[in-house]
Design a protein around this ligand. Structure first.
Ligand SMILES: Cc1cc2nc3c(=O)[nH]c(=O)nc-3n(C[C@H](O)[C@H](O)[C@H](O)COP(=O)(O)OP(=O)(O)OC[C@H]3O[C@@H](n4cnc5c(N)ncnc54)[C@H](O)[C@@H]3O)c2cc1C
Length: 280
């Protein structure tokens, strides 16, 4: 995360730089830039690093540790060789970097509501996901809207709301879990496609990406069906339609088919066995 209030155009300028840069380095190093309130140290030169801590030591002997370190002014260090010049240039404008540890669940949570029926989870607690679809916070909003719908749908009944909580939370979970879990899986699919080694599979991917609107295009948003489904969701309308039918199994209806996956041999995450997880 890099924020520099002295240079309001910082992001615009440098995102352009990054856009023009074809090589983002190899897949064990990825870089994402966000505007946030982070201290920036300049003129530091990293001479060694410890990825277990994680931390770095500078040429002047200072040590910096953080939750995670993503990069440093010592970009010339072994870890960061091979980054494109634009990333070097960008990183050299700042002195301190933070790396997020991105985590996800091995499989979706079986339930979002505890046995009492009165305690539920939402947001990342319910569906942590990789950031590739930029949907984590968006899905929290949908959780909130669905929760509101589920609670308010009981307000019109004569039963006190307190006794309706378990059924409201159950409705909330059924409204949200299929969609959130599909989106979570798609972040993993996109992760696979975005991180191919250079070679035939990557070239084939680039050809597919040039298809434009097609379900064969591996980029989720490229397919109008998937894009409209993702961004055109109206929680209230969906919930009313489903609730009226009282057909819980249909709550996930309309979910598009998964985009294709890259060939197994091209995967840089062979251990994840995503294919088996998604397609059985
Ligand atoms: C690098 C990065 C980029 C992202 N980009 C996007 C994007 O482009 N679009 C998008 O939609 N999403 C994005 N996300 C995801 C998004 O930020 C999260 O999905 C979202 O913030 C989750 O919201 P939340 O309320 O569930 O959890 P959080 O935002 O994590 O909120 C949880 C809160 O609970 C507090 N808390 C934790 N434990 C306790 C405790 N014991 N007691 C009291 N409080 C506690 C925490 O301090 C925190 O304030 C990104 C995430 C990252 C890391």
């Amino acid at each position: 995360m890099i924020h520099d209030s002295r240079h309001p155009m910082f992001f615009q300028v440098n995102l352009k730089l990054l856009h023009e840069c074809g090589d983002w380095g190899t897949i064990d190093r990825a870089c994402a830039l966000y505007s946030s309130n982070i201290t920036i140290l300049t003129n530091t030169r990293v001479v060694s690093y410890d990825f277990d801590k994680p931390g770095v030591r500078t040429g002047s002997g200072e040590e910096y540790t953080g939750d995670v370190i993503i990069s440093a002014d010592g970009i010339k260090s072994e870890r960061f060789t091979g980054w494109c010049p634009a990333v070097h240039q960008l990183c050299c404008m700042a002195g301190e970097y933070v790396k997020w540890k991105l985590v996800e669940l091995e499989r979706p949570l079986g339930r979002w509501v505890d046995e009492s029926g009165r305690v539920g989870v939402l947001g990342d607690a319910a569906h942590p996901m990789m950031p590739y679809l930029a949907q984590g916070a968006a899905q929290v909003m949908e959780d909130a809207a669905a929760l509101r719908y589920a609670l308010s749908s009981h307000l019109s009944t004569p039963t006190p709301l307190s006794s309706c909580i378990p059924s409201a939370l159950s409705l909330y979970q059924s409204l949200r879990a299929p969609r959130a879990s599909y989106i979570t899986s798609n972040t993993q699919i996109l992760q696979e496609w975005l991180h191919l080694h250079d070679g035939p599979a990557q070239e084939a991917r680039d050809t597919l990406m040039a298809l434009g609107d097609s379900e064969h295009n591996p980029i989720f948003w490229a397919s109008a069906v998937r894009r409209d489904w993702l961004f055109g969701w109206e929680v209230g309308d969906h919930a009313k339609a489903i609730h009226a039918k009282e057909e819980e199994e249909k709550i996930g209806m309309g979910i598009p088919r998964f985009p294709p996956l890259p060939p197994r041999e091209a995967s840089v995450y062979p251990g994840k066995n995503l294919r088996a997880k998604l397609f059985g």
